[in-house]
Ligand binder design. Structure first.
Ligand code: PGA
Length: 249
């Protein structure tokens, strides 16, 4: 069986010094196993100090975004090659705070995905509907619109270096977690969509949105869930370590 993946998205928290202290505590407490991997995504500027602290450990580090080009005139962007130099093995793309907060389009997210994968990084591709879209029964339409450009750009290429994350926007940072039925329905839809569009086995699908140790056990027990993308609870060493332990049990 493939291991569960628990990813901590630190968002814009923990600068280089604080991140180093946090990472050394995490190294002590957090115990990835054959059954559950622990991946963390610090801010770009903290990757170097975190990589130093975690060198030789089983925790994997990655970035919260990535550009597709190797280098060039792309002000404010970071290339996959730079990330690999800092020991990153993955990058998150299309997080809702970038899609909705900063206007990133589905096409842009697809280009980031393709660039990361071509460079040998795993791309964690986030998808999910807003509350308004859910309330108007548009969840599946939105998931299709977000996944389609990724399938088109990945056409013919292996999806081995892709992980999907279903994160309903209304569940992110709100304390409102999706119901088990909602998670099952959306994950099943995503799985079927990927199969029919690419004729490949669907990559792992993580759930994200207000995951805590209190609600994680029943989420991870769902057959359709392969791990979690965690924001708030990843900023507490104890909570994140507990999530990894739950995924491992
Ligand atoms: P949350 O964030 O766990 O704080 O809801 C999840 C995310 O944004 O990935």
């Amino acid at each position: 069986m493939s291991p569960q993946i628990v990813v901590g998205n630190w968002k814009m928290n923990l600068g280089p010094t604080a991140a180093a202290t946090f990472a050394s505590q995490l190294r002590e407490k957090c115990r990835p196993t054959e059954k559950a991997q622990a991946w963390i995504a610090p801010p770009f500027v903290s990757l170097y100090t975190v990589a130093q602290q975690l060198s030789g450990s089983y925790l994997r580090i990655g970035a919260q975004n990535v550009h597709w080009a190797e280098s060039g005139a792309f002000t404010g962007e970071i290339s996959p090659a730079f990330l690999k130099e800092l020991s990153c093995t993955f990058a998150i793309v299309g997080h809702s705070e970038r899609r909705h907060g900063l206007g990133e389009t589905c096409e842009l997210v697809a280009k980031r995905t393709r660039g990361a994968v071509d460079a040998g990084l795993t791309a964690i591709v986030c998808v999910g509907e807003t509350k308004h879209e859910r309330d108007h029964a548009r969840t599946e339409q939105i998931l299709s619109e977000q996944l389609e450009p990724v399938c088109v750009l990945m056409n013919g290429s292996s999806l081995e270096k892709i992980v999907l994350a279903y994160e309903p926007v209304w569940a992110i940072g709100t304390g409102v977690v999706a119901t088990l039925e909602e998670i099952t329905r959306s994950h099943s839809f995503i799985r079927e969509y990927i199969r029919s569009e690419t004729s490949q086995k669907c990559p792992p699908i993580l759930y994200g949105g207000s995951v805590t140790p209190a609600n994680f056990k029943e989420i991870i027990d769902l057959d359709t869930v392969d791990g979690a993308l965690v924001g708030g609870a990843s900023l507490k060493v104890d909570l994140f370590s507990e999530l990894v332990a739950i995924a491992s049990s």
